[in-house]
Write a new protein. Structure first.
Length: 434
C-alpha cells in the first residue's frame, strides 16, 4: 500500500506540471486506481506470498541460524569439552611431567645419596682396611702388631720400649714397671767367706723361663746378655781389687750355689739359662756350667763346655804352667774345672771322668772336638817354704816339680830338716852339731 500511495503521489505531481484536464486526470486516476487495486491485489498476493516466503525464509533462516547456533554451541561445547579435555590432558601431562620430574629429582637425589653413601662406605671401608692394616702392622719388627703395642702401652718404633734389653714381645713388662727379685749369695774363696746381695728385675727371669727348651748347646751360654755382663763385671772388679784370678774367683762364686743332683732333674732333660740358675740359686751340672762359662767369657776370658757321659763341666783357658787335667785346643790349653760344688780346684777332675773322652765345645769360636784329657803334674809355689814348690803332697826345688826334696828349711835360721835330723846345708848332707 505504501508503494501505491507513493505511485499516485508521484503521478499527481507530474499532472500538475503538465496541466492535463481533470477528466483525463480522473480517468487516469481511476484507471490507475483500478489497475493499482488490481496490481495491489496482485502485489498484495505477491506480498503475502513473499511475506510467507520471507517468513519461511526467515523461519528457515532462524532455523538455520538456530541450527547454526546449536551447531556453534555444540561446536563450542565440543571445543570447550575438547579444550577442557586437552586442558585436562595437558594438566595430566603436566602433572605427569611434574611427577616424572619429581621422580627424576628423587631418583637423582637417591642416586646421589647412594653415591655419597657408597663413597662414604668405601671411604670407611678403606679407612677401616687402612686402620686394620695399621693395627696389624709391625713397624719395628719386634713381633708385636701395632694393636698389641697399643694394648701393652709400648712403642711401635722401638723393639725395646723400656730399654731393659728385652724385646717387647718377650718382655712381661714391656712398658716398664714390674718388681725386682732380691738375691743373697755366700761362697768360699781363698780362705775367706764372701757375701753378696743383688737384685734382678723379674723381666729377665720370666724372659728366659718362658723360652722354649732345646738340646744342650752354646745357646745356653749367654755371655752377651746385659745382666750377665753386669754380674761378670762386678765379680771381675772384686777379683782384680783383691789380686785374685778372675776365672777362679768367678768359678768359686758358682760353686757356692746349691747343687741339684742329676738324679732329680735328669741330665739333658730341662737345661736352664744362666739367669734362671742365678735367680733360683741352684742347678745341676749343665746349669752351673752354662752360668760359669757365660760369666767367664763375659769377663773377657776363654772357656769351653766339657760334655761327658751323663755329666757336664767346663774347661778354662789358663797358663800352661798350671798343673792338672787339661785339653789342648787350637787356641790354647784349657783346664778342666768342676762347677758342682765347693772345694774343686782348676785341673781337678772327678775320678770317674779322668780317662773318658769328652766332647769339647769352644765358647769363643764354636769349634767342637773330641779328646781325652791330658795331665800335667801340679807345681805351685809353696806357701810354707818360700823358693820351693808343692805338688800332690810333695815339695820340689824347681818350678816343674821334677826335683823332689825332703830337705827343707827349719824354723831355726841356717838349719834344714829332713824329718829326722838338722843339717847345715839345703841338701841335708852335713849334720848340724851342737
Amino acid at each position: 500500500m505504501k508503494k501505491i500511495k507513493k505511485f499516485i503521489s508521484k503521478h499527481l505531481l507530474i499532472s500538475k506540471e503538465i496541466s492535463i484536464s481533470k477528466p483525463i486526470i480522473f480517468f487516469s486516476i481511476t484507471v490507475i486506481l483500478i489497475g493499482g487495486i488490481t496490481l495491489g491485489g496482485i502485489f498484495l498476493n505477491d506480498k503475502i506470498t513473499q511475506n510467507k516466503l520471507e517468513l519461511n525464509l526467515a523461519q528457515n533462516a532462524m532455523e538455520i541460524a538456530s541450527l547454526r547456533e546449536q551447531r556453534a554451541l555444540k561446536l563450542a561445547d565440543e571445543k570447550e569439552k575438547l579444550a577442557e579435555k586437552e586442558r585436562d590432558q595437558r594438566i595430566i601431562a603436566e602433572e605427569n611431567a611434574e611427577q616424572e620430574s619429581i621422580a627424576r629429582l628423587i631418583a637423582e637425589k637417591k642416586r646421589k645419596q647412594e653415591e655419597t653413601t657408597r663413597k662414604i662406605a668405601e671411604q670407611e671401608l678403606a679407612t677401616q682396611e687402612a686402620r686394620t692394616i695399621e693395627l696389624n702392622s709391625d713397624k719395628d719388627g719386634d713381633g708385636l702388631s701395632y694393636q698389641e703395642e697399643l694394648s701393652a702401652g709400648t712403642l711401635d718404633t722401638n723393639t725395646d720400649s723400656d730399654s731393659d734389653g728385652i724385646n717387647d714381645k718377650e718382655d712381661i713388662n714391656p712398658a716398664g714397671g714390674g718388681r725386682y727379685i732380691a738375691q743373697h749369695f755366700e761362697w768360699y774363696y781363698n780362705n775367706s767367706t764372701w757375701t753378696w746381695d743383688y737384685s734382678i728385675h723379674e723381666d729377665w727371669y720370666e724372659y728366659y723361663k718362658n723360652k722354649p727348651r732345646t738340646s744342650h748347646g752354646l745357646e745356653y751360654v749367654t755371655e752377651n746378655d746385659p745382666f750377665i755382663k753386669e754380674v761378670a763385671k762386678m765379680l771381675k772388679d772384686e777379683a782384680e781389687k783383691n789380686g785374685y784370678s778372675t776365672t777362679l774367683f768367678i768359678t768359686s762364686f758358682v760353686q757356692g750355689l746349691s747343687y741339684v743332683k742329676d738324679s732329680y732333674t735328669s741330665f739333658d732333660e730341662y737345661p736352664k739359662y744362666p739367669v734362671e740358675t742365678f735367680i733360683e740359686r741352684n742347678g745341676d751340672c749343665e746349669d752351673t756350667s752354662y752360668l760359669t762359662a757365660s760369666l767367664i767369657n763375659a769377663s773377657g776370658y776363654g772357656s769351653a763346655l766339657i760334655e761327658l757321659s751323663n755329666h757336664m763341666a767346663i774347661a778354662v783357658k789358663f797358663d800352661t804352667s798350671h798343673g792338672g787335667n787339661y785339653y789342648e785346643l787350637t787356641d790354647g790349653r784349657y783346664y778342666y774345672f768342676e762347677t758342682t760344688g765347693e772345694g774343686w780346684v782348676l785341673g781337678e777332675t772327678p775320678l770317674e771322668y779322668q780317662h773318658e773322652q769328652a766332647k769339647i765345645t769352644n765358647v769363643w769360636n764354636g769349634e767342637t772336638t773330641y779328646s781325652y784329657p791330658k795331665y800335667k803334674k801340679p807345681c805351685d809355689p809353696s806357701t810354707n817354704y818360700p823358693g820351693y814348690y808343692y805338688s800332690e803332697g810333695d815339695i820340689y826345688r824347681d818350678s816343674q816339680c821334677t826335683n823332689k826334696t825332703s830337705c827343707l828349711p827349719s824354723i831355726y835360721s841356717g838349719r834344714y830338716w829332713d824329718g829326722y835330723s838338722f843339717y847345715i846345708d839345703s841338701y841335708c848332707t852335713t849334720l848340724f852339731s851342737y
